[in-house]
Design a protein around this ligand. Structure first.
Ligand SMILES: O=C(O)[C@H](O)[C@@H](O)[C@H](O)[C@H](O)COP(=O)(O)O
Length: 229
């Protein structure tokens, strides 16, 4: 499919423009169908974007927000994406949004997959907005190339929306949307800063095989790269 590159001079300019893009899509979805869905990723990159979105004056009560993935840690743990979203996105005006957590009360993430599937059952796919991040290893969401679960996570025939992942190059068990679930999105954004990550994306585009999970998304969807140095 296609990579649409949107380069910005600074992360601040990226944040402002990206927030505007997202809010426009959400607002259109609310007007068109009375609701909107936003899937966000965790990590460090999205925090300024979350702060910008949280201040926006749209009808957040019509928006459902969930995570592309989470670390299998208590939601009080600083590594938790659930905590990140609750502290930086579900505040101010965006506090009125509905949030679907991935973190259920199971010791092992694998035991929580049915609960995650059930929690998402009432959401009509495709998602309106999906925001992906990426690691230097080309992982996206928690589809890690190092994990034993990567083939299952990238299986386009999977009927599952979630998969429990045990990366070997990153801490914590993870819960992640599967590739087919990620691709069930009307607008897919890849939110990156720094030249090295951009180079990973450009190399993945040129690669002949899917050696990096991000390529599985790039090959099958129109991805809007939102990038700043
Ligand atoms: O749980 C996570 O860590 C994310 O969902 C993951 O996919 C993230 O987007 C990348 O690892 C980039 O993270 P940074 O923005 O911190 O570089």
């Amino acid at each position: 499919m296609a990579l649409v590159t949107n380069d910005f001079a600074t992360p601040a300019e990226l944040t402002d423009a990206f927030a505007g893009r997202i809010l426009g899509i959400l607002q259109h979805a609310i007007v068109e169908k009375g609701s909107a869905t936003l899937v966000v990723s965790g990590g460090r990159t999205p925090q300024p974007l979350f702060a910008k979105l949280a201040e926006a004056d749209i009808d957040w009560s019509k928006v459902t927000i969930t995570l592309a993935d989470d670390r299998w840690v208590p939601v009080t743990d600083d590594a938790s994406n659930d905590k990140l979203v609750r502290e930086h996105l579900l505040v101010k005006k965006a506090a009125a949004a509905t949030f679907i957590t991935l973190k259920h009360d199971f010791v092992d993430a694998a035991d929580a997959v049915p609960a995650c599937e059930a929690a998402l059952a009432d959401i009509t796919l495709p998602f309106d907005v999906l925001i992906l991040g990426m690691g230097e290893d080309g992982h996206t969401a928690s589809l890690f190339p190092c994990s034993e679960q990567i083939a299952a996570g990238l299986d386009l025939n999977s009927q599952k929306k979630y998969i429990a992942v045990q990366p070997t190059t990153a801490p914590h068990q993870r819960m992640s949307l599967t590739l087919p679930a990620l691709l069930a999105s009307k607008n897919i954004f890849l939110h990156l800063t720094g030249q090295s990550k951009k180079d990973v994306v450009l190399d993945a585009l040129q690669a002949n095989e899917i050696d990096k999970p991000i390529k599985a998304v790039l090959d099958r969807a129109t991805v809007n790269l939102m990038w700043a140095p």
